[in-house]
Design a protein around this ligand. Structure first.
Ligand code: MG
Length: 251
C-alpha cells in the first residue's frame, strides 16, 4: 500500500532532504582530478552524520558497501566507492545519496564534472538536468506516473539520447524504494495516478549512446553496454495540492 503523507510528515522528510541537498553542495567542490571515489564517500558519510540523527541510507542497504553510490562516466548507477578509483580531468561523476532521518528516507543524485569536460558531455549533463525539471513539472495531482515519463522523454528523445533500460524512479519515504515505479519514458495518462501526499524519486538516467545496460562483475555497478557516457539527476518530490514540492534542495 502506498503511504500518503501529511504536511507534518512532508516537513520531516524535507528536513532530511535538506541535509541531502547540503551534502551535495559539500561534495561538489571536493570533486577534482586526483581524488578517489572513496574519499568522496567518506566525506559524504561524515557530513551526513554531523547532522544530529541523520544517516547515509544506502550504507549496508541490500548489502551495499559504500555510504553513497558513486558512478563515473559510462557507469550509470550503483558504483561502489573505491580508494583505487581516482578521478581524472574530463570525467563526470554521479553522486547518488540517500539520507534517513527520523524514520523517513530521501534520495537524490547530481552529475558533477571533474576539471574540464568536453562539449558533448556538457550537453548530456544539461539535457539530463532539464529532463528532470520537466519530470518534476509533470508531478501534479491528477496526472499519472506515465505523464512524468512522457515529460522526461519529451526532452531526452529530441536531444538524440536514450534513457537506460529497466532503470526507473520509485516511491521513497517510509522506505528507501517501493511502488509505484516512475518511468523515464512513458505514455501520458498511463500507470498509477498521482495523489496528494505521494512522495517519489524522479531520476532520469540518460545515455549518449544506446539504452542497453549491463552489470559489472562486482554485482553492483550498472554501466552502458556500449560504453557511452551516462548522466543522472534525481530529486525526491512530494505531490501536493499546490504543486510539486522538491524535498531534496539545500535551500
Ligand atoms: Mg538515488
Amino acid at each position: 500500500m502506498i503511504h500518503l503523507k501529511s504536511e507534518r510528515e512532508l516537513d520531516i522528510m524535507a528536513k532530511g532532504g535538506r541535509i541531502l541537498g547540503l551534502t551535495h553542495e559539500h561534495l561538489r567542490p571536493l570533486v577534482k582530478p586526483g581524488v578517489s571515489t572513496k574519499e568522496l564517500d567518506q566525506a559524504a558519510e561524515a557530513y551526513i552524520r554531523s547532522h544530529g540523527g541523520a544517516e547515509p541510507a544506502f550504507k549496508g542497504l541490500y548489502g551495499f558497501p559504500g555510504a553513497i553510490c558513486i558512478s563515473v562516466n559510462e557507469e550509470i548507477v550503483h558504483g561502489i566507492p573505491s580508494a583505487k578509483r581516482i578521478l581524472r580531468d574530463g570525467d563526470i561523476v554521479k553522486l547518488d545519496v540517500g539520507v534517513k532521518l527520523d524514520g523517513f528516507f530521501t534520495d537524490a543524485s547530481i552529475t558533477v564534472p571533474v576539471g574540464i569536460i568536453d562539449q558533448a558531455t556538457q550537453r548530456l549533463i544539461d539535457v539530463t538536468r532539464t529532463s528532470l525539471d520537466a519530470g518534476i513539472a509533470a508531478a501534479v495531482v491528477g496526472n499519472h506516473v506515465g505523464d512524468i515519463g512522457a515529460a522526461i522523454w519529451g526532452v531526452v528523445g529530441p536531444a538524440g539520447y536514450t534513457v537506460a533500460d529497466d532503470l526507473v524512479g520509485h516511491y521513497v519515504g517510509t522506505k528507501p524504494h517501493g511502488d509505484p515505479q516512475v518511468p523515464n519514458k512513458g505514455k501520458p495518462k498511463r500507470g498509477p495516478k498521482l495523489m496528494a501526499g505521494l512522495t517519489i524519486a524522479i531520476e532520469p538516467m540518460v545515455n549518449i549512446g544506446g539504452s542497453a545496460t549491463r552489470t559489472l562483475s562486482d554485482k553492483w555497478t550498472i554501466v552502458t553496454a556500449d560504453g557511452s557516457r551516462s548522466a543522472h539527476f534525481e530529486h525526491t518530490v512530494a505531490i501536493t495540492e499546490s504543486g510539486p514540492r522538491v524535498l531534496t534542495r539545500a535551500a
